[in-house]
Design a protein around this ligand. Sequence first.
Ligand SMILES: NC(=O)c1ccc[n+]([C@@H]2O[C@H](COP(=O)([O-])OP(=O)(O)OC[C@H]3O[C@@H](n4cnc5c(N)ncnc54)[C@H](OP(=O)(O)O)[C@@H]3O)[C@@H](O)[C@H]2O)c1
Length: 275
Amino acid sequence: MIAPRLSKPSTPTIHSDPMKRILILGATGSLGRHVLEQAVAAGHQVSVLVRNPAKLPTETRALITVHQADLGQIATPDLAALVRGHDALINCAGMVTEGQVFVDLVGHIAEAVESLPAMERPVCWFLGGAAALDIGNTGRKGVTLPKVRDTYWPHGKNYERICASPLDWRMLCPGPMVEQPALGQGRMRISTEHLPVHIPGLARALPAPLLLLVFASRIPQMIVPYADAAALMLAHLEPADAMSRHRVGLALPEGMRGKKDTWAARPAASSSAAA
Ligand SMILES: NC(=O)c1ccc[n+]([C@@H]2O[C@H](COP(=O)([O-])OP(=O)(O)OC[C@H]3O[C@@H](n4cnc5c(N)ncnc54)[C@H](OP(=O)(O)O)[C@@H]3O)[C@@H](O)[C@H]2O)c1
């Protein structure tokens, strides 16, 4: 099933949304750097929380508010105080490969935002991965499949955590991301809840090892530029919009396949397709 496009065509760095007060966590990371650059270029009022401010681009530092903190150590009330006053929070911090550390980090952020009065809570973007999305109409997610769950289980845990929360959250669930020029939101396939690529109805009957092959064979379509992932989040910052409380999938235009060396969970049988 190919899910409907939810966003209007736009370029990654220019959009017509009103100025927002945005707090970016993990702004020194591969994705966070793009979110920061695009948010500043779009004229938003940007704050960042980073462990090491020296990693921020010098020319950007003067344009933003910088908070230095480690999300693994900052107390919940202190984090809540930093979050207060923002319209949106975009969490690019942490990595799925950190396992429980990543789950704890997301839980800590959610707890801090939840501690604020409802009217003061920002719209929150969290990062998952394609394995957190439903595989077509199979009723199964990548995180339930062998090999995939070994590495990507934290996405499932984080999804459960934010689902159980009253926050106005969205979880971006891209495949592997790459440092490539943006293709533009008008060209990308965007979905909610399901993978943004075609999965045949017959997949529903497949046992897990075969469904894994189907899932892995679709990954190259979901290898997306960081810049497009950043643009998607920045284009959807309105409270209770179409993406509110949804997992959001992102794929290349129909017919395009991306390349990334590190797709750890692909089975050997599909390695040539994903290479
Ligand atoms: N990269 C991909 O292909 C991919 C695909 C799907 C989903 N994702 C998800 O997307 C998110 C961002 O990925 P990425 O590639 O941008 O990761 P990354 O380059 O490793 O960046 C991670 C960021 O998190 C920060 N961070 C980690 N622990 C922190 C802590 N305790 N306190 C404060 N900051 C902390 C890092 O800060 P420092 O600079 O100080 O280390 C860095 O800025 C991750 O959740 C990842 O699981 C990534």
